[in-house]
Design a protein around this ligand. Sequence first.
Ligand code: HEM
Length: 452
Amino acid sequence: MMDGKTVPGPKGHPLLGSAADFVAAPAEFLLRVAIDYGDIVRFRVLQTTFFLCAKPEYIQEVLVTQSEKFHKARRDVAILSKFLGRGILVTDGAYHKRQRKMVQPAFHTTRIQAYADIMVEYTRRMIDQWADGSVQPVDRAMRQLTMEIVAKSLFDADVTGQAGVIGEAVETLQQIAGLDFRVQNVIPDWLPLERNRRRAAAAETLNQIIRTIISERRKTPEDKGDLLSMLLLSEDEQGTRMTDQEVRDEAVTLFAAGHETTANALSWTWYLLSQNPEVEARLHQELDTAFAGRRVTLADLPRLPYTAMVIKESLRLYPPAWVLNARETLADVRIDDYVIPKGSSVFIAPYAVHRNPRYFDDPLRFDPERFSPEREKSIPRYAYFPFGGGPRVCIGNSFAMMEAQLILATIAQRFRLLLLPDQRVDTDPQVTMGPKYGLRMQVQARQIGGQA
Ligand code: HEM
């Protein structure tokens, strides 16, 4: 093995290591060890040793410079591939590279612009149902909305009436994956467990619907303008298209990766706005000047810089992808003076960097001005990375930012969302990080907001 400086970290319990702290509050644990031990930290959970890269330069090494030396950790892949198959989120190496190139065209700027109207239309439909003064389960409303948007953007008209069924199946599969992540060993499919039975049933429903959609589409191979058309038409360098199974896996991956994250980002943004009235007032001012009540469109986004700053700052404090999938080292990897041995699991956690006072002054303060054009430039690279980085940076990054801005602008134009006094708020770091106790808020119609 290569020689390197000893990686610091907590000793923990002789048998359990840091298991108790890590399991009780994983995001806070990673933040605390990042603050206490610095650039790179080593800790043990039962028999497994983990490394946390906490310094932006080291994160860049893992995600970009030496990314080919890291694969997604086997355990994460085993759990997620049970429903994502071989979609880009869970594959590595040459196959990942090929598939990523095939999926990428679906996210070209010109392509995603077509989805903007869907985003605004679905948001308006939702808030048309909101009565002034009513209490809404905002976390659930945001999930439902982003799910409908991704269903429509992926499958266009084919899912009318079925979006709910697809969404429910994907939510079940995601929820069971979440349970799997909480146990040490990967649960074999053949065990007669309730969770395996539910997983199999949801997978069957999902696969049947998607298989039918794909085979219908193959009959008339025209471009319907949705993500699925692009997946079906995409060719690799040899001019080969994806098989039905490959299209299925990528479509389910986009569906799964494409709604819960954005929904959580929006929920946290509503929460933060309710706690920071001066920020909320500035947001309203920007929206009222730009629209005076008229419908938001994609062309308006350049005129909404503060709206974008609010979302960026919300993604800093509450990054929905609070930790990336663990990476496994394929060989000994040298980072600066340290060596991470072959076969180690490495964590990269946006939450543990975004809230570290070393990189952000007064890190718990919600201050969108950090992302003003002048100040944003001074944030070190990889001190802020809610969408990851390098060859597997979030493929839906621009889609998500556009979606969050359009939804926020459309709703905030018409309503204020007020936190109920008895609503408890805490983070719930599962596969993504949402509000632990939900987010019930009272909606209050605004004066200037449009009748448009
Ligand atoms: C605010 C919303 C979102 C956040 C915070 C987010 C965050 C991330 C992060 C951090 C990664 C990298 C994971 C890693 O390296 O382990 C990622 C990957 C990915 N995201 Fe997103 N995402 C968001 C929205 C979306 C949307 C809307 C889509 C699709 C419509 C999407 C599709 C994907 C896919 C397919 C990958 C895997 C890419 C690969 O490994 O090559 N995401 N996302």
